[in-house]
Design a protein around this ligand. Structure first.
Ligand code: ATP
Length: 364
């Protein structure tokens, strides 16, 4: 290969597949590169699937990268598609040669947080989405699984309403918003077959268990620093499934300040202990004049866990959710955003998960 062709190949390493988030050169997507005497670069790339939604972007980025190499006078770009065998080889490689297995078990370095609440409407999904975005804004690699079958509010909160994951073979590539790789049961419902959020409520035990397991196994998150799960409120099947599938997950309990809410929140936090999970902490939401304060502290005390913060009632937080523009990035100075960013700061400062390497030293 000529020097110039080598430089073109090196430049292609700067083109990142926007879904898989790795350089296309690492993904076997660069088929061939040559440069003729006149400086015309002929580049052939192959996309993972036909109709790849990222195709335009990849093409544009390839052209820009190649044109930017000094000495290149023009680009002749051929775009093809991987064969099923090539695709299989790629998905095998992305999995690190492992068989289909759940990558977030006890020996993974990813910190897994399951966010739960005693009842609906306390702002659990809003807090989870903002925490995820705040963590990603700090440079962490963040995944978010919306397992709230009664709500599916995460896609809307992140501006991903209507987004669909891309499938590469049996691998599912999650849409990314605000740096957060996001997957929701809502993304797999087929409205043409009458499936929608209301029909999903009828899903019970085994099917939900399989779905969560599939999310955790088949969705390609890559190496994550943090995985957040938005659980349905209460102590239902999903919470139990997550407890079984991810005994290493730490639980975050969201509650409002009122006594009744606090009581049920304690119950959902206590479930964590039964499945061997730890409660990382409690977040009081909608704290302040309107609803009072104290629920969070009571729940924290009952669960022997810290109160991570009290998020005040905030119009920008709600509006940001309605508009799919999380307040932690759109209005970071908002008081609710500040509290959530502080909680994310504390989470981000924890080392990677070393629960597999317990030293027998209690932190308290
Ligand atoms: N601190 C807050 N200030 C003002 N509005 C808030 C606050 N937190 C959440 N909300 C609003 O409360 C409503 C419920 O929030 P959200 O959907 O996040 O609750 P949830 O606990 O996840 O509910 P469910 O589990 O039933 O889906 C939303 O309209 C949201 O914008």
């Amino acid at each position: 290969m000529s020097d110039l062709a080598e430089r073109v190949t090196a430049a292609l390493a700067s083109v990142i597949d926007p879904e898989i988030r790795r350089p296309i050169s690492e993904l076997d997507m660069v088929e061939s590169v040559s440069v003729d005497a006149s400086g015309l670069a002929s580049v052939a790339i192959r996309l993972t699937i036909v109709g790849c939604p990222a195709a335009d972007r990849i093409e544009r980025d390839v052209r820009a990268a190649v044109t930017g190499v000094p000495g290149v006078m023009g680009v002749d770009l051929a775009v093809g598609v991987m064969s099923p065998e090539q695709r299989q080889a790629l998905t095998d490689r992305l999995r690190g040669g492992r068989a289909r297995a759940m990558p977030f078990g006890p020996d993974s370095l990813t910190r897994v947080y399951a966010v739960t609440s005693g009842k609906g409407g306390v702002g659990k999904s809003t807090i989870t989405a903002n925490l995820a975005v705040a963590l990603a804004a700090r440079g962490l690699r963040v995944g978010l699984v919306d397992a709230d079958v009664h709500g599916f509010s995460i896609p809307g909160l992140l501006g991903l309403a209507g987004a669909r994951p891309t499938r590469v073979g049996e691998m599912i590539l999650p849409p990314v918003a605000f740096g957060v790789k996001t997957v929701s049961i809502g993304m797999f419902l087929d409205p043409d077959r009458g499936q929608g959020p209301s029909s999903a409520v009828a899903w019970r035990g085994p099917m939900l268990h399989r779905t969560i397991q599939q999310f955790l196994t088949d969705v390609y998150f890559g190496d994550l620093d943090v995985l957040l799960l938005d659980l349905p409120p209460g102590t239902g099947d999903i919470a139990i499934s997550v407890g079984q599938l991810l005994p290493n997950a730490e639980v975050i309990v969201v509650t409002t300040p009122q006594a009744a809410a606090a009581e049920v929140a304690v119950r959902s936090g206590a479930l964590a202990a039964q499945t061997g999970q730890k409660v990382y902490g409690v977040i009081e939401n909608m704290s302040g004049e309107l609803f009072g304060t104290g629920g969070g502290a009571r729940v924290a005390e009952a669960l022997a866990a810290p109160l991570l913060g009290a998020v005040p009632v905030s119009v920008p937080l709600r509006v940001g959710g309605d508009e799919g523009s999380p307040v932690v990035v759109s209005r970071p100075e908002d008081p609710a955003a500040t509290v959530i960013r502080d909680i994310a700061g504390a989470m981000a400062s924890r080392p990677r998960n070393l629960s597999g390497l317990r030293l027998g030293v209690s932190p308290s």
